[in-house]
Design a protein around this ligand. Structure first.
Ligand code: IPM
Ligand code: MG
Length: 364
């Protein structure tokens, strides 16, 4: 039996996780797998219960499990809390505590959603990109940081805010290895995305990535500035296989890339460590507090995150494929949640639980 730590989170987190667990239960019965779920609180929910967004108890539950499944964190009602107590802090905290330095965000469009993509079908067709985003460094964690006071030349006291974009060689090398290994299983191309024309930290990122690439002769390495990449993702997204990038650029580019697939609600993610701590799986979207509790959000990103878990943490490729196929079949038959629904195409609008029922039916 394998243990999965389940962190429901805030907003729509609990409902998408509930549906993803139903899918996991079905796939477990079909493929004879055995999982035990260990529920723990994170984010605003944890703050309400304990006064802290991330507790030692939750960290221990995760560390003692074989994998972690997370919904989403955040709600406007916590916006006035100090930065240390905000739900987002818990997400960064758990990524750091579990040493989840490699975030894999597959951007793969289902043919069935070509009409939903804001890009022309001939541009969006067959897009299949793996964004490898570094997850425990960069401006997200760099020191020094803060908001302090300074006195101007004309003697006024004003505030100044700063964060530090910082990477050391080891951090760059380990994420580069993940990108090259991932490319070896794909189309064998890595594009290193940075801002090396301006930033010293990006120049080091390129230099170390280039060094690491020498160990992967079968993989072709190219470089692109992040502003250009933002443009190329819209103009010609098919040119990319693996995108290797830092934390903040990866955050921004993955949201952008997700819309190619029709909706932010479609994209799963896996966050990997060096193997000594469990991996974590979460949709790339947020907690959508305005939609929470209405049985209206798209659970597919979380369902596909469970599929990634079966693949990366439990090596259950067949179970992974079964979920992916079921999602595809349901889309093919025209069932859609609101975010991917187009009335004029005679599709059937589904609730969160209804589309999950249909996906579950297809797993046999
Ligand atoms: C993501 C999210 C998080 C991030 C937020 C919620 C802290 O946007 O996972 O992409 O910036 O990493
Ligand atoms: Mg993001």
């Amino acid at each position: 039996m394998k243990n999965i730590a389940v962190l429901l989170g805030d907003g729509c987190g609990p409902e998408i996780i509930q549906q993803a667990i139903r899918v996991l239960d079905k796939v477990s019965s079909v493929y004879n797998l055995n999982f035990k779920y260990n529920y723990a609180s994170i984010g605003g929910r944890s703050y309400d219960e304990t006064g802290l967004p991330l507790t030692e108890k939750t960290i221990q539950t995760c560390l003692s499990s074989d994998a972690v499944l997370l919904g989403a964190v955040g709600d406007w009602k916590y916006d006035s809390l100090s930065p240390e107590l905000r739900p987002e802090k818990a997400l960064l905290g758990i990524r750091k505590k579990l040493n989840l330095f490699a975030n894999l965000r597959p951007v793969k469009i289902f043919d069935e959603l070509l009409n939903t993509s804001p890009l022309k079908p001939e541009i969006a067709r067959d897009v299949d990109i793996m964004i490898v985003r570094e997850l425990t460094g960069d401006v997200y964690f760099g020191e020094p940081k803060g908001i302090i006071k300074k006195t101007t030349l004309d003697n006024r006291e004003i505030k100044v805010g700063f964060n530090n974009m910082i990477y050391d060689e080891d951090e760059i090398a380990r994420i580069a290895h993940v990108a090259f290994k991932s490319a070896q299983k794909r189309k064998k191309r890595v594009c290193c995305v940075d801002k090396a024309n301006v930033l010293d930290v990006s120049r080091l990122f390129r230099e170390i990535t280039t060094e690491v690439s020498k160990e992967y002769n079968d993989v072709e390495l190219s470089y692109m500035y992040v502003d250009n990449c933002a443009m190329q993702l819209i103009q010609n997204p098919r040119q990319f296989d693996v995108i290797l990038t830092g934390n903040i650029f990866g955050d921004i580019l993955s949201d952008e890339a997700s819309t190619i697939c029709g909706s932010l609600g479609m994209l799963p993610s896996a966050s990997l460590s060096d193997g000594k701590t469990p991996f974590m799986y979460e949709p790339i979207h947020g907690s959508a507090p305005d939609l929470a509790g209405k049985n209206a959000v798209n659970p597919i990103a979380t369902i596909l995150s469970v599929a990634m878990m079966l693949n990366y943490s439990f090596n259950e490729k067949l179970a992974h494929d079964a979920i992916y196929r079921a999602v595809k079949d349901v889309l093919k038959e025209g069932y859609r949640t609101r975010d991917i629904y187009q009335k004029d195409l005679k599709q059937e609008l589904c609730s969160t639980s209804k589309i999950t029922d249909l996906i579950i039916e297809k797993i046999v």
